[in-house]
Design a protein around this ligand. Sequence first.
Ligand code: GLN
Length: 446
Amino acid sequence: ESYKRIHEVDGKVQAFLALDEERARSYAKELDEAIGTRDEFGLLFGMPIGVKDNIVTKDLRTTCASKILENFDPIYDATVVQKLRRAEAVTIGKMNMDEFAMGSSNENSAYKVTKNPWNLNTVPGGSSGGSAAAVAAGEVPFTLGSDTGGSIRQPASFCGVVGLKPTYGRVSRFGLVAFASSLDQIGPITRNVEDNAYLLQSISGVDTMDATSANVDVPDFLSSLTGDVKGLKIAVPKEYLGEGVDEEVRQSVMEALKVLEGLGATWEEVSLPHSKYALAAYYLLSSSEASSNLSRFDGIRYGHRSDNAENLVDLYKQTREEGFGDEVKRRIMLGTFALSSGYYDAYYKKAQKVRTLIKKDFEDVFEKYDVIIGPTTPTPAFKVGEKTADPLTMYVNDILTIPVNLAGVPGISVPCGLSKGLPLGLQIIGKHFDESTVYRVAHAFE
Ligand code: GLN
């Protein structure tokens, strides 16, 4: 069914970079034949799933939507992909994205621009735009994305689907091509909250292959979908409804709060005073980490290798010049600059200090409240091409999602109305490792 729909609509939506049709069909057949021969089935038995193209899949092309990896066929599966297999989900293909997950619109893909199925003239968001668009277009019910500064929640919001960034450490990053290692998390994108909880359940847990994965219990997320939010305390940061946020977006959050109030929750306005520094700190820290992480793409170990080089150093240079797109180069330059001696204290170190303050803002609020609620993005999806000329206007789009990554806490985007025919997202943010409460509120509201 998924392939039928993909062949019907993906010409327009352009969400997939690679399909694995033959293998997926044969695995699905194998699963079909298992029905009736055993009593136990994986949590995602037979469910088709699309995987973002920065998550490595054995013998299935993984490009990160970059020319530098255009011929890269990994020799192993990421931990999450192994876990999907254990849950008996069927991986059907790889999803388009912004190159190396840098971007907010999918326009930075080296291969194609995914379109928002709600209106093909608008962007699906990014960087997990392919993952969100495919779910919205009914091509596949489950996808995995990755979120460094909003890349799951923002496209989920633009496409009217549900996307969760788990707590940092909840899901193994082994096999996720690193952008900014201290911020990156893999997470589920689905049509509804229940599916989302199923998918998170399947991919969570400590992993010896990822030292930053956390050794904490994985609760039964599904059991928190009770619909009961009585007595729950909600904080609404005034910084999230201020300047730059569309009036209709503000309204939709107010209406959502009314619904939750009707269900017995209470809310109050709070302040996250350091929010205004989050964007600057994020772009310094994430670019610094990226400049280091992306040094492995040298034309020797994997992917593209320039034919025009005269010696080794020249080979590095030519390969990277030919292989990386403009946005990736911009981040590498910014990061290298911020880490260079003489500037390190002024930029990188200062950004780290700001990060600590932002984390503290969240801790203070979570002493008194169970969840934080606000919009996912200041506006609905923008037009294709509208923000490509000026990287700064593109960066500002992430202003409400980035603090969550800096603090390492979990956040979800759930659909909460329409503006000009385009979906809006409500962002629900929880305490460290408390995805259960996030799901509980999201499910009650849904
Ligand atoms: N849009 C943000 C960026 O370009 C976030 C990306 C992400 O979360 N991977 O960095």
